[in-house]
Design a binder for this molecule. Structure first.
Ligand code: SAM
Length: 254
C-alpha cells in the first residue's frame, strides 16, 4: 500500500485519503443511523484522514493538514465569506506556486548572505556562465549580475508570477548580462554553464545530481544551497550566517 502511494505526489495521496475518510464517515453514520453536527462530522473525517495518512507513510506535517482540512472547511463556510475571495486566493497561490504539488519544490528565497557567499564561487575569468535552476524572484541572478558584470547569468523558472517578477527585475535593473526563461530545469542543458546553482528541496536532489554528472563539464561547479545529495559528500561546504543557517555545498565536477 505504501509503495503504491509512494508513486503519487503527496498532495494527490492526501486528497485520495480525504475521499476515503469522507466515504467511511458517511458509511458509518448511515449504518449507525446517527445525525451529528457538521463540525463533529468534519472532525471524524479529519481524524480518519490523519490516521490513513499515518499508515500510508506520509510525512508528519501532512497528518496535521489532513486532520485540520475538513474542520477548517466547515469553519470557513460558516463565516459566510464571499466565494470570490476563495477564487482569488486560489488564483494567487496558483501563479506563485504553480506545479509545487508535483515538483515538491516551493518558492522560498535565498538570503542576501547566500548571494554574497556565491560571489566567491564565480570564476575569475571573464565571460563565464552561471545558471540558477528554479530562479524564483531573480534575486541571486540580479545581485551577481550587478557585482560581476563580466559574467552571464541565466535562470529557469516554472511558476508564472516569480518568472514575471524576475523578468521585470532584470528589465528595470537594466541587467543586459542576465536572462530568465519559463520552463523546467529538467530541460536545461547544464553543459553550457561554469557554475550551476540550485536551491530546491530534498526531493529532486538525487535526480539533479545524475543530470549534473551527465551534462556538466569537468572543472565546472555544482552548488546546492541547503539540500544535500544522498550519498555524495561535497568537496567544500560554506556555512552562511543567515536566519536559516544556510549551507552551500559545492562539487567540482569530474
Ligand atoms: C526554493 S526556490 C529558490 C529561488 C531562488 N533560486 C533563490 O535562491 O532565491 C525554488 C524555485 O524553483 C522553482 N521550481 C521548482 N521546480 C522547478 C522546475 N522543475 N523547473 C523550474 N523551476 C522550478 C520554484 O517555482 C521556485 O521558484
Amino acid at each position: 500500500m505504501i509503495a503504491l502511494f509512494a508513486k503519487l505526489p503527496p498532495a494527490v495521496t492526501a486528497l485520495l485519503l480525504q475521499l476515503a475518510a469522507f466515504s467511511l464517515s458517511v458509511l458509518s453514520m448511515r449504518l449507525a443511523g446517527q445525525q451529528v453536527s457538521p463540525l463533529a462530522f468534519a472532525l471524524m473525517c479529519g481524524t480518519l484522514a490523519a490516521a490513513f495518512s499515518h499508515f500510508a507513510g506520509q510525512a508528519r506535517w501532512w497528518l496535521y493538514i489532513q486532520f485540520l482540512f475538513a474542520p477548517a472547511l466547515v469553519v470557513m463556510l460558516s463565516l459566510d465569506i464571499p466565494s470570490g475571495f476563495f477564487l482569488t486566493a486560489f488564483l494567487v497561490l496558483l501563479v506563485v506556486y504553480w506545479s509545487t504539488f508535483r515538483t515538491q519544490v516551493p518558492l522560498y528565497l535565498s538570503s542576501d548572505k547566500v548571494w554574497h557567499a556565491l560571489e566567491e564561487l564565480l570564476p575569475s575569468r571573464q565571460g563565464f556562465r552561471f545558471a540558477d535552476l528554479g530562479s524564483g524572484l531573480g534575486g541571486v541572478l540580479t545581485h551577481l549580475a550587478r557585482i560581476r558584470p563580466d559574467g552571464y547569468y541565466h535562470g529557469v523558472e516554472s511558476a508564472p508570477l516569480p518568472l514575471l517578477w524576475s523578468w521585470l527585475r532584470i528589465r528595470l535593473g537594466d541587467h543586459r548580462n542576465c536572462s530568465v526563461r519559463w520552463g523546467s530545469l529538467w530541460d536545461c542543458d547544464l553543459a553550457e554553464y561554469d557554475v550551476v546553482f540550485a536551491y530546491l528541496s530534498p526531493v529532486p536532489m538525487e535526480r539533479l545530481w545524475h543530470k549534473a554528472c551527465t551534462e556538466m563539464r569537468p572543472g565546472t561547479l555544482f552548488v546546492s544551497s541547503t539540500f544535500s545529495v544522498p550519498g555524495q559528500l561535497p568537496q567544500r561546504t560554506i556555512e552562511v550566517d543567515d536566519l536559516h543557517r544556510s549551507t552551500l555545498q559545492v562539487w567540482k565536477m569530474a
